[in-house]
Design a protein around this ligand. Structure first.
Ligand code: FES
Length: 139
């Protein structure tokens, strides 16, 4: 499945499920869907390299690093998937990520030292992530 569809379809399905069953006009229902599709169409896709293994995967700007890694057949350490347990914490040696909200899972010092939480981190550039414990799914 193309990355665009992988990143956008779940969001669109969720929105359609949310609005279905409500007595709203077609225009009311389609407006948010069109906005969502426009946002997806403007997504960029970055390249993420996992060190030291050298594995590379594509990461759309609208998906977390953990989601993109898993879609590419890579397994990263994870538990809560919401930025609180720190199981997924790893080091970003190159590039930049953003968070949807300021998560308490990382201290200001850890952020400054390059640590990230892939379960809630979205790429804003091509990245190099140090994660020696990464594995290929099924291995
Ligand atoms: S999996 Fe818990 S903080 Fe990322």
């Amino acid at each position: 499945m193309p990355l665009f569809e992988m990143a956008c379809l779940p969001r669109l399905r969720l929105h359609m499920r949310h609005t279905s069953g409500q007595a709203r006009s077609m225009r009311d229902n389609m407006g948010p869907i069109i906005q969502e599709m426009s946002a997806c169409a403007m997504q960029k896709t970055y390249t993420v390299a996992i060190a030291p293994q050298g594995w590379i995967f594509d990461a759309p700007s609208g998906a977390t690093l953990l989601q993109s890694a898993e879609r590419s057949g890579l397994r990263l350490a994870a538990s809560c998937r919401n930025g609180t347990c720190r199981t997924c914490m790893c080091h970003l040696s190159q590039g930049k990520v953003r968070y949807a909200i300021e998560w308490p899972g990382l201290s200001a010092d850890e952020k400054r030292d390059g640590y990230i939480l892939p379960c809630v981190a979205y790429p804003e550039a091509d990245l190099v992530v140090d994660e020696a414990k990464a594995a290929r799914s099924g291995i």
